[in-house]
Design a protein around this ligand. Structure first.
Ligand code: FE2
Ligand code: FE2
Length: 394
């Protein structure tokens, strides 16, 4: 029997891997497609992100020493000063004595409007208790993905700090390492002390993190983490904060968003400089295609399969679940909040060439190309409290 279960799991995971490879092949860039094979096999087939033992990802990495310590990139020097000034102590800045009741409607964790399954007929017939249980599960799932993403950001920040060519980048990077460590701490603490529930890493997130950790080129780690994943996280944090009434979660996200705004800004300044002044056209083209592929992965893959397995696996097929989620207001709202940050930053660093506009247009994402990029946005812009428009997901 257990062999049969294993066989079914392998076939299911294989189907997912081929989906990813098919996505990666859309760019017709063989190099990009091949670079996704290993991470997809490790994430989907071998399930390296699952289990309680941790996972090792081999990471070929060059540490670059500089012997001239004089300031070499003033924009990063200014960010370093801002980062030192704005450090906060997660133990004392947040009121951890706050009682969090995941089932308190007056202090709801998130509004119904951003629950993924609002259109799903079966959820409308669930009793109140079950709806609350699923909302608690959804928030714990989302924050668990933030937690795992923060661990990836912590390691990527360490590696990038070693590798960047500028001393100002290294000094700034040291503050980001501290920031990311603090983010791991606060998300883990909130999940364990307040929600008392944690999920494993989502396979799609694992594949993207594996792809950028196992790449030997520092700028690919930077592009994947600082521009793509952090840009996405910034949008997601903002969405949750604007649609939550739970004071500790809102405050925690306010601090994290302020840090993340600096991190994305760092990515835009450093990569803009590197891509425009150092890389040749051939190497830049590969980055353009890679960014497009990761965009496709991020757009299509926020599918919450862990929630499907927990609550709906016995009711509907995974294919039907994907259809419902992809067409849901939850997904379209998350897409908007995520990509309105990522796309202008790709433009700013020179990775949104005219030849790819129609592909981004087909994904419905070119509309964000003229938004402000990270160097033009302030933390205040990002903390702007605009709740989801009424009726957007009802
Ligand atoms: Fe972070
Ligand atoms: Fe970050």
């Amino acid at each position: 029997m257990s062999h049969l279960v294993d066989a079914v799991r392998i076939v299911k995971n294989l189907a997912q891997s081929t989906d990813v490879i098919a996505d990666a092949s859309r760019s017709h860039n063989v190099k990009v497609m091949l670079s996704m094979l290993g991470p997809a096999a490790r994430g989907f087939l071998l399930q390296k992100g699952k289990g309680s033992h941790g996972a090792d990802i081999r990471s070929p990495q060059t540490a670059h020493f500089v012997w001239d310590y004089t300031s070499d990139l003033p924009a990063l020097n200014r960010l370093y000063e801002a980062a030192k000034r704005d450090q906060w102590n997660s133990t004392t800045a947040l009121d951890w004595s706050t009682t969090v009741d995941p089932f308190d409607e007056d202090k709801e964790l998130v509004s119904d409007a951003i629950m993924p399954l609002n259109e799903f007929r079966q959820i409308r017939t669930l009793d109140k208790e079950e709806k609350r249980r699923q909302k608690h599960g959804f928030v714990a799932w989302l924050l668990s993905q933030f937690l795992h993403g923060e661990q990836g950001a912590l390691f990527a920040a360490c590696q990038v700090t070693e590798a960047v060519p500028w001393i100002d980048g290294k000094l700034y990077g040291s503050t980001q390492v501290v920031d990311e460590g603090r983010h791991v701490e606060v998300f883990h603490r909130y999940l364990h002390e307040k929600l008392e529930k944690q999920y494993q890493i989502n396979d799609n997130l694992y594949v993207i993190i594996d792809a950028l950790m196992s790449d030997s080129r520092w700028d690919m780690k930077f592009l994947g983490m600082q521009i793509m994943i952090e840009g996405l996280a910034l949008g997601a944090f903002q969405t949750i904060r604007q649609n939550s009434k739970e004071p500790l979660l809102k405050e925690l996200l306010k601090y994290v968003i302020t840090d993340e705004a600096r991190h994305v800004h760092y990515g835009v300044v450093a990569l803009g400089n590197y891509y425009k002044e150092v890389l040749d056209a051939h190497a830049r083209k590969e980055r353009e295609d890679w960014a497009y592929e990761v965009t496709v992965l991020l757009r299509n893959r926020f599918l919450a399969h862990e929630l499907y397995d927990e609550y709906y696996g016995h009711l509907i097929s995974r294919r039907r679940w994907n259809q419902i989620i992809l067409g849901s207001a939850y997904m379209s709202f998350f897409r908007e909040t995520m990509f309105k940050r990522i796309i202008p930053n790709l433009r700013k660093i020179g990775l949104l060439p005219a030849r790819l506009h129609r592909h981004y247009e087909a994904l419905g994402l070119m509309q964000y190309a003229t938004n402000k990029d990270a160097s033009e946005l302030t933390a205040a812009d990002l903390l702007d409290d605009r709740p989801l428009p009424r009726g957007a997901a009802s």
